[in-house]
Design a protein around this ligand. Structure first.
Ligand SMILES: NC(=O)c1ccc[n+]([C@@H]2O[C@H](COP(=O)([O-])OP(=O)(O)OC[C@H]3O[C@@H](n4cnc5c(N)ncnc54)[C@H](O)[C@@H]3O)[C@@H](O)[C@H]2O)c1
Length: 354
């Protein structure tokens, strides 16, 4: 195949996310990708694809047997990922699987073994590594803008509970740990890099439903002592900031996915002139506000969300032999963290991880 031909991709599961892969990616990167068709088990979805000008295959086998398709994107509910990914790899296709790659480490190892046998690309759509708020938070840590960071909080708060579809069914891979959690935990492992995750303590919430967690909170301790809180909640009518990062000489806060990141740095740590102030019905010197002249306030502007970033790497992998940004080793580690979260919450104890 000529080096600069667009990659011919096909999507299995033409729901919300499948439509994103089928339409938005070829629109963003028209020279790199073309959509060669979709398959969905629902006839209405196949009809919808045809209405939007895409071929819709009548069976998964028909799609996988088309030799022109190089890349298959699996965007079905989570419980169907494993079988379809293995089938696609065994048909000689490169595969992108939606997150979470699957629900257990043992299932994941079967998928990874199929990838090894096939010699094809198998990777996972951890697209939120290209979110602008995350990239800004990572920059704060990587560029040491707060001095040595000792604590990070990463939150997403909504107020609508879990949507009443498969996300509400445990056997289908529902629940917020496997939904939003997978994104924020993947971001955490990227930010913390090679540092070992020593232990975690997790609690799941069941405010709006009984079967699947509609939220969770996990407190992680990394090698070197840095702590990291990840929290997803779906019954919040007042949301806490998306990011809150504490370093030895500064604090950063980003309120949402957009809008920049506020930073306050202290110029001189020691302030000998601190005097007690009134707080409530008591006096405090410890909590007295800092002298304003000793503080530097700044705002980091966020880059744009990079919708195509993940796929640019996929193109480079397939056409130029570049290494994938999202590797199976990273996914293996992520699943170990997820499994530790469920054990911790079930047994109400801290769990050693790495
Ligand atoms: N990366 C992201 O930002 C992101 C965002 C949303 C969803 N997702 C993931 O994408 C996947 C799909 O989520 P969604 O919100 O699009 O769900 P959805 O319910 O909107 O769509 C799923 C589609 O898959 C079809 N389907 C089910 N079983 C199938 C099978 N065996 N073969 C073919 N088609 C089948 C359904 O009929 C449906 O049309 C999930 O794994 C989810 O976690 C990722």
């Amino acid at each position: 195949m000529a080096e600069h031909q667009p990659v011919s991709l096909a999507v299995i599961g033409y729901g919300g996310m499948g439509q994103h892969h089928a339409h938005r990616i070829p629109k963003e990167l028209p020279k790199q990708f073309r959509c060669a068709g979709v398959f969905d088990i629902l006839e209405e979805r196949r009809l919808a694809a045809r209405h939007r000008g895409l071929p819709a295959y009548e069976s998964r086998g028909a799609l996988l047997n088309n030799p022109e398709i190089e890349l298959v994107v699996v965007a079905t509910p989570n419980d169907a990922h494993k079988e379809i990914v293995i089938d696609a790899l065994e048909h000689g296709k490169n595969v992108i699987c939606e997150k979470p790659v699957t629900m257990t480490s043992s299932d994941f190892e079967e998928m990874a073994a199929a990838a090894r046998r096939s010699g094809k690309l198998f990777t996972v759509h951890q697209n939120r590594r290209w979110d602008s708020d995350y990239r800004t938070a990572k920059r704060v840590v990587d560029e040491n803008l707060l001095g040595s960071v000792f604590h990070i909080e990463s939150r997403v708060h909504g107020s609508r509970g879990i949507p009443g579809d498969w996300r509400n069914q445990k056997e289908r891979g529902g629940g917020m740990v496997l939904d939003w959690g997978v994104h924020l935990l993947d971001q955490m492992l990227q930010i913390m890099g090679q540092r070992r995750l020593l232990s975690l303590y997790a609690q799941l919430t069941y405010v709006t439903n009984e079967e699947c967690d509609d939220g969770f909170r996990v407190y992680c301790t990394f090698e070197g002592g840095t702590t990291y809180l990840v929290e997803i909640l779906t019954s919040n009518f007042i949301a806490l900031p998306r990011w809150y990062i504490l370093g030895e000489n500064g604090t950063a806060r980003a309120r949402g996915f957009r809008g920049g990141c506020d930073i306050v740095n202290v110029a001189r740590w020691q302030e000998l002139e601190a005097v007690p102030v009134q707080a409530g019905v008591g006096l405090t010197k410890t909590m007295a506000p800092r002298n304003r002249k000793n503080l530097r306030r700044s705002r980091l502007r966020q880059p744009k969300d990079d919708w195509a970033g993940y796929y640019r790497n996929i193109y480079d992998v397939l056409r130029a032999g570049a290494p994938p940004d999202v590797t199976l080793e990273q996914q293996r580690r992520l699943l170990r963290v997820i499994e530790a979260i469920f054990v911790s919450a079930q047994e109400n104890r801290a769990v050693e991880v790495e």
